[in-house]
Ligand binder design. Structure first.
Ligand code: CP
Ligand code: NVA
Length: 326
């Protein structure tokens, strides 16, 4: 289907129709195939991309840098101490300056309003590389990984287990609803998503045939799941709440018992990463396994590194779609 997303910002999947999301997924698949064949189409030759990061990143930053380079664009990393954003200069002023110099801007940070303001004032496409509220480029990679594995999306049973009110849960609900999946958010009552967003997601489901269930009951939530998904129990900026979250979320850990509870022979396990699955990092050394056991993380069910690789192809697709292929 002919589709024109040139000039559009990418702030949340709410702003895109199922057909537009399909277009970006198909483009990502094609760009992955070309890369694997050693073909670099250089769709973004001569473009300049600004990458603003208030928070740390491995996958998102590297995906933008490598995608830009593969397509012939230059990417400039602007860390939180490198620019004046929000400190000495308003977001609106920074946006207008960067928009005069760059062809596209990626933002990762805290307030979702910041990325909205950048998009409002920059005059060039702005891409959300994660805010406290949403992480839409991750969801494109997740959908691509599910489709690569199962061959389709509509009707897949998808269970997100963990902090049901974080940026991943919010964005996954939207992405699943848009593409017609049966989505369950499995979380303790205190960590359920906001009613307003759930209502919006229900409306989307009515149009697409998707389903949304919010439950604190693990057995019910994961029963029949083709995909089990989790994320860290305390997101960036919420580290002080880690101990309280561990208490609350321990029964929601993805382990082999939970894999069995799906009742499926071979469900897949996904995680946006980084993950606490052993005690080998400075942050997990005293706690060890948290949201997922090492056994599941390292098992045949786990597709987390396919998923991480797909960040590159999907982010490339978002940039090519919104900046224009040559
Ligand atoms: N999944 C993800 O966004 O990873 P990074 O925080 O490393 O970018
Ligand atoms: N919910 C996590 C996602 C990291 C990719 C966070 O915001 O830290």
């Amino acid at each position: 289907m002919a589709m024109n997303l040139i000039g559009r910002s990418f702030l949340t999947l709410k702003d895109f129709t199922p057909e537009e999301i399909r277009y970006m997924l198909d483009l990502a698949k094609e760009l992955k195939r070309l890369k694997q064949a050693g073909i670099k189409p250089r769709n973004l030759e001569g473009k300049n991309i600004a990458l603003i990061f208030e928070k740390a990143s491995t996958r998102t930053r590297c995906a933008f840098v490598v995608a830009a380079s593969d397509e012939g664009a230059h990417a400039e990393y602007l860390g939180k101490d490198d620019i004046q954003l929000g400190k000495k200069e308003t977001v609106a002023d920074t946006a207008r300056v960067l928009g005069r110099m760059f062809d596209g801007i990626q933002f990762r940070g805290f307030k979702h309003e910041t990325v909205e303001d950048l998009a409002k004032y920059a005059g060039v496409p702005v891409w959300n590389g994660l805010t406290d509220k949403f992480h839409p480029t991750q969801v494109l990679a997740d959908l691509m990984t599910i489709e690569e594995h199962y061959g389709y999306l509509k009707g897949i049973t998808f269970a997100f287990v963990g902090d049901g009110r974080n940026n991943m849960a919010n964005s996954l609900m939207i992405g699943c609803a848009k593409m017609g999946l049966d989505c369950r958010i499995v979380a303790p009552k205190g960590l359920h998503p906001e009613k307003e967003l759930v209502d919006e997601v229900k409306k989307i489901c009515k149009e697409t045939g998707g389903k949304i269930t919010i439950t604190d009951d693990v057995d019910k939530g994961v029963n029949g799941a083709d995909v089990l998904y989790t994320d860290v129990w305390a997101s960036m900026g919420e580290e002080a709440q880690m101990q309280a979250r561990i208490k609350l979320l321990k029964p929601y850990q993805v382990n082999m018992a939970m894999i069995k509870k799906t009742g499926k022979e071979n469900p897949i396990f996904l995680h946006c990463l980084p993950a606490f699955h052993n005690s080998d990092t400075t942050m997990s050394k005293d706690i060890g396994e948290m949201e997922v056991t090492d056994e599941v993380f390292e098992s045949k069910h786990s597709k987390v590194f396919d998923e991480a690789e797909n960040r590159l192809h999907t982010i490339k697709a978002v940039m090519v779609a919104t900046l224009g292929a040559k």
